[in-house]
Write a protein that binds this ligand. Structure first.
Ligand code: FMN
Length: 373
């Protein structure tokens, strides 16, 4: 079905195509029978692969990454694509328009996107109102950020506003520290800033947990543009502050393997296939650093089951996609889950941790040669 509409969508300006797609999904869901049809084509045909992570039970480990449903107004259709969970947002405390258009670019030959959206958001009040109207069919994460006009020294206040508003309606929450499109954002990843932010937010999380009598996990989303020492320092901070999960990674300011494309000179964060190796490297280093103590949500350039499996072997406990959904359509969810499941059956394992161990114990190609030869 998506193969038929993709040429039309790709003939439009990318942001216009995005808005049109979400609007069409929303409107069609008002027609009786549409939801059941989408569900039967996608979600019902996605094999079950239940996982536990962050204290949540998910029907499968593949989630929608933040940024596609920034305003929490397309939850029903996106859940019916078969995702195990959806991460909504980034939402900022007050509504803001984001950067001027054009701010979204397709690098189609690379199945990549460059965006400099700059956290366009309806703001927390409208976001939570949207959320309160939907029937939930899968766990929902809320990704929170800060308003552009909030000075960096007051960033914590914006995150606290997000946490307080989102906590009662979220299954987990994510702090985005890593957008390349908001000035100063990456400074938040610097050690001292991050320690202050995490201290304040974990403290508030405990206050909210007592007030609401339930615990909502708190994840941190990081950039891929970090060296190994920085990744290791972040891993230690996350452990010290008892952070519940880490999302790795956001888009990259680097331009790996796309330099020949004129659009690669556009400012912003690159996502999709060219991000794959960079994100996998960050996941591998993080996994080394957190040593299984903090679940890793692996995201960046996953387009098929083999890419997903690469992230799992590198240390991911859950996965997310965004750009592949644009290039390959909703069927990509089922294809990825089917492929992960068949790899687990072949290895005779039930968890990703077992898969990593089993894979590490497989004979390497040269060893295999000696045993059989
Ligand atoms: C158009 C666009 C907008 C995005 N907006 C956000 C956002 O608001 N917050 C966020 O944390 N990540 C955002 N992201 C990053 C994605 O969540 C994801 O981390 C990144 O695209 C890498 O995954 P992918 O290669 O599967 O797309 C955005 C990505 C794209 C392409």
């Amino acid at each position: 079905m998506y193969k038929l509409i993709r040429p039309l969508l790709f003939s439009l300006d990318p942001e216009r195509a995005h808005d049109l797609m979400l609007e069409t999904l929303r409107r069609s869901y008002r027609i009786p029978g549409t939801a059941a049809l989408i569900r039967s084509v996608y979600a019902r045909r996605t094999p079950s692969l239940p996982v536990w992570a962050m204290g949540l039970q998910l029907r499968n480990p593949l989630g929608l990454a933040a940024g596609l449903d920034k305003n929490a107004d397309c939850i029903g259709p996106l859940a019916d694509f078969g995702f195990g969970f959806l991460e909504l947002g980034t939402v900022t405390p007050r509504a803001q328009p984001g950067n001027p258009r054009k701010r979204l670019f397709r690098l189609a030959a690379h199945e990549a996107i460059i965006n400099r959206m700059g956290f366009n958001s309806v703001g927390l009040a409208a976001f939570t109102a949207n959320l309160s109207r939907v029937r939930r069919t899968c766990p929902l994460g809320i990704n929170i950020g800060k308003n552009r006009e909030t000075p960096e020294k007051n960033a914590v206040d914006d995150y606290l506003l997000g946490l307080r508003a989102g906590y009662p309606v979220a299954d987990y929450m994510t702090l985005t520290l890593s957008s390349p499109n908001t000035p100063g954002r990456r400074a938040l990843q610097e050690r001292d800033n991050l320690a202050v932010l995490l201290g304040a937010l974990k403290n508030e999380q405990h206050i909210m947990a007592r007030a609401h009598a339930h615990y909502v996990p708190l994840a941190v989303k990081i950039a891929p543009d970090l060296d190994d020492a920085e990744i290791s320092a972040i891993a230690h901070l996350l452990i010290d502050h008892d952070v519940d999960a880490v999302v790795a990674t956001n888009t990259t300011v680097a331009r790996p393997r796309v330099e020949e494309t004129p659009l690669s000179r556009e400012k912003g964060g690159l996502s999709g296939r060219p991000l794959r190796y960079v994100a996998t490297h960050v996941i591998r280093e993080l996994h080394r650093g957190v040593a299984g103590r903090i679940p890793i949500i692996g995201v960046g350039g996953i387009s098929n089951a083999a890419d997903a499996w690469e992230k799992i072997l590198a240390g991911a406990d859950l996965l997310q996609i965004y750009t592949a959904l644009i290039y390959r359509g909703p069927m990509v969810v089922r294809d990825i889950i089917t492929g992960i499941r068949s790899r687990m059956v072949a290895l005779e394992v039930e968890t990703f941790a077992q898969a990593r161990m089993a894979h590490a114990n497989l004979p390497k190609p040269d060893e295999r040669g000696t045993t059989t030869g």
